[in-house]
Design a protein around this ligand. Structure first.
Ligand SMILES: C[S@@+](CC[C@H](N)C(=O)[O-])C[C@H]1O[C@@H](n2cnc3c(N)ncnc32)[C@H](O)[C@@H]1O
Length: 432
């Protein structure tokens, strides 16, 4: 197979990244935007040793699940994977993808259908817009897939209306001389439509722009300049200066008020977050005599919620700011049976593990570190509730848990990242 060759194909399947799959010369070819059973003329755009990529030149038929994408940047910006597909059908794709991973690992479990929302748009409470200056003009939007080219986007359909509103104001006011020192603009919103803006760049030129924006929009309650002179892809730098208000935004989760520092993790979909945490607590069957450990506790959301139903909770989190948030959040919500330790989860498990009734783990995409899985038995939990944003590492860790004597009894996907390839799962592991 050669680049630029043209083929007429019928799509056989769809991946969890939104690529249609066809086989040509017994090689898989992935075609973004093509849906199962659709017939199309495609051009081969990239050939690798074991698979290739194609692009639709002309589509001859339409799947009954096909939708007109709600965004003109779909397929260009690298964000959404399923705007062309009926929402329920996209959930089925996600469920199948997780099921395939468990089947391949020989872990006998029927993955549940994802829990979802009615309206899978305008849900995100956090956006990171890369900024570039090209030919004297400011470009702001999202990266093209697998590149650092910015696709200039005037709005994003999955961001909250509050974020789109302030993003458009920034796009109007940001001048090339300011944008030249900017790498990203991070914007967060909360349920009250309050806004936090973080200018991330090499030099603070944002005092005047900040004043202008805050004067025009009283919903902006926090503006921070974060210095990042790193040469890698890490978005946030270390040092920062508060330009307006606070360095955190107050979020509400299931009746709790949570301070969230701009460096701290917080789930991006507030509606699905509550469904996720409620499902996790239901699976844990919490009782008031229980002692719980919450590894990877972030700003303490799960720890604080769980602490209302059990005797004690210890949260373990590596980011200092998030751990400080968590301690403050316990106090502001009058929860006195929860404590937080700023420590690597693996080191904590190795040094301090002790008998725990339920262990909650909610690691980043790379999953549990080996030390944490090696020392799971030291906690001797009856149940482990694993919240995962990466099904690949979930399955890897499920295999390790199985070897350590814990069977997977439930995998419940939760569509936290509607329209994108992302999927959150909450799983229950029970001691054999
Ligand atoms: C997916 S977030 C979950 C946060 C929290 N459970 C929540 O629901 O908001 C993962 C958290 O793990 C923290 N983290 C990453 N690596 C860690 C490590 N090695 N040890 C402890 N915490 C870690 C991150 O800072 C982040 O707050």
């Amino acid at each position: 197979m050669q680049k630029n060759e043209i083929y007429t194909v019928i799509c056989e399947d769809i991946t969890s990244q939104g690529y249609g799959v066809v086989h040509l010369d017994s090689m898989a070819v992935f075609v973004f935007g093509l849906l199962p059973k659709e017939k199309a003329k495609i051009r081969i755009v990239k050939v690798l040793s074991r698979y290739a990529f194609g692009k639709i030149e002309e589509r001859y038929t339409s799947s009954c699940d096909r939708l007109e994408p709600a965004c003109p940047a779909f397929g260009k910006c690298g964000g959404c994977a399923f705007l062309h597909l009926d929402y329920l059908a996209s959930l089925k794709v996600k469920q199948n993808a997780v099921q395939t991973l468990f089947d391949r690992a020989h872990l006998p479990i029927q993955v549940e259908f994802p829990l979802s929302v009615q309206d899978p748009y305008a849900y995100r409470n956090k956006a990171q817009f890369p900024v570039q200056v090209r030919n004297g003009k400011v470009q702001m939007g999202f990266y093209r897939p697998h590149s650092h080219d910015v696709i200039d986007c005037p709005e994003c359909k999955i961001q909250s209306d509050a974020i789109n509103h302030v993003y458009q104001a920034i796009r109007q006011k940001l001048r090339p001389q300011e944008a030249a020192t900017l790498r990203h603009v991070l914007i967060r919103s909360n349920q009250k439509n309050e806004i936090q803006i973080v200018w991330i760049g090499t030099e603070n030129r944002f005092q005047t722009l900040t004043q202008d924006l805050c004067k025009a929009d009283p919903q902006i309650v926090s503006v921070v300049f974060n210095e990042n002179v790193r040469k890698d892809n890490v978005i946030l730098g270390e040092s920062y200066e508060v330009l307006y208000g606070t360095d955190y935004l107050v979020q509400e989760c299931m009746g709790l008020q949570m301070d969230v520092h701009f460096k701290s993790f917080y789930q991006v979909n507030p509606v699905m977050m509550e469904i996720l945490y409620q499902t996790a607590m239901d699976l844990a069957k919490l009782q008031d005599f229980m002692h719980v450990v919450d590894l990877y506790s972030g700003t303490g959301t799960i720890s604080c919620l769980v602490s209302q139903h059990v005797q004690s909770v210890i949260g373990v989190e590596i980011v200092e700011e998030a751990c400080q948030d968590a301690k403050r959040n316990a106090l502001r919500n009058h929860l006195h049976n929860v404590e937080f330790v700023c420590e690597d989860a693996g080191i904590y498990a190795k040094k301090h593990a002790q008998k725990t009734d339920v262990l909650f783990v909610d690691p980043p995409r790379k999953g549990l570190c080996e030390e944490a899985t090696d020392h799971i038995q030291d906690f001797d939990p009856d149940k482990i509730i694993y919240i995962s944003c990466n099904p690949n590492t979930l399955v890897r860790d499920a295999k390790r848990f199985q070897e350590a004597g814990y069977d997977c009894q439930k995998v419940q996907p939760v569509d936290m990242f509607c329209q994108t390839a992302g999927l959150e799962c909450v799983s229950l592991f029970v001691k054999r």
